[in-house]
Design a protein around this ligand. Sequence first.
Ligand code: AKB
Length: 318
Amino acid sequence: MENILVIGAAGQIGSELVIALRKVYGNEHVFATDIKDLPRDLKDGGPSAILDVMDDKRLIHFVIRHKITQIYHLAAVLSGNAEKLPLQAWHINMQSLLNILDLAKVADDVHRIFWPSSIAVFGPTTPKQNTPQLTVTEPSTVYGISKLAGERWCEYFNTGYNLDIRSIRYPGLISYKTEAGGGTTDYAVEIFYDAIQKKEYECFLKKDTALPMMFMQDAVDATVKLMTAPKEKISVKSSYNVGGISFTPEQLAEEIKKHIPDFKVSYKPDFRQQIAESWPQSINDTQAQKDWGLETKYDLEALTEVMLKGVGEKFGKY
Ligand code: AKB
């Protein structure tokens, strides 16, 4: 029997992943935790708690008391916010991961961990198109540096302590349930809110900035698939490339205009332009396909339709 702890459950990924995990393992076996108050549906649907991953003593008590067998550690400071307070972001992103890895050494029931990495591990010297699994990684953002260091720590603990830590390098994630916060790919979520509410959007990236993106349902499905795959299938001990689809702000705006013809977008690049330009434009994820059967369903057309519907329903429009 599995008992799952999700840290950062109130966030963009957590708020949807908890629901998916509860379907797989049963409501009462998935503990939704966060440093902030959790959404109503997560509190009503199963066990939940306020938990600070930086508080290592409370963390270990929680894990032992609830006989936790798997941990999903989703809490992180994203790329845009991390640039504003680099040392604080480094501390939070690294120390939280080390707290989890360290406790996995001593908490005997914990046998599997998920930790998200990001396309941010790549940098300006990485090949931009069809970026391979194994390639140059010289990130130029503090977020990217923390994710790359995290990947190294995951591999170190996987091999050195015979743990089972699995990870995905997420591209930009697009969803309507919970808004993203502080990332560079967030424009691709914000644009839907402004399209629905104001019919205009000022984009903080240039119109031709291509980035890899993925609809949340595909990301959640991929995560569950990776985490339920037999251990012998996992050949990458650091983190798997997962590509999704690639598009520019202009291509996304054109797709939205097919539904809202009078939607207008202007472009005013800020500091996040430089971050976006340091990242790949498309990702090669054949290793993930081969090892544990990664598949994605949503293309630009499908995700635009479902985003407009989802955000529209929130505001009683569209
Ligand atoms: C960000 O933009 O910081 C994140 C990411 C790509 O990891 N969405």
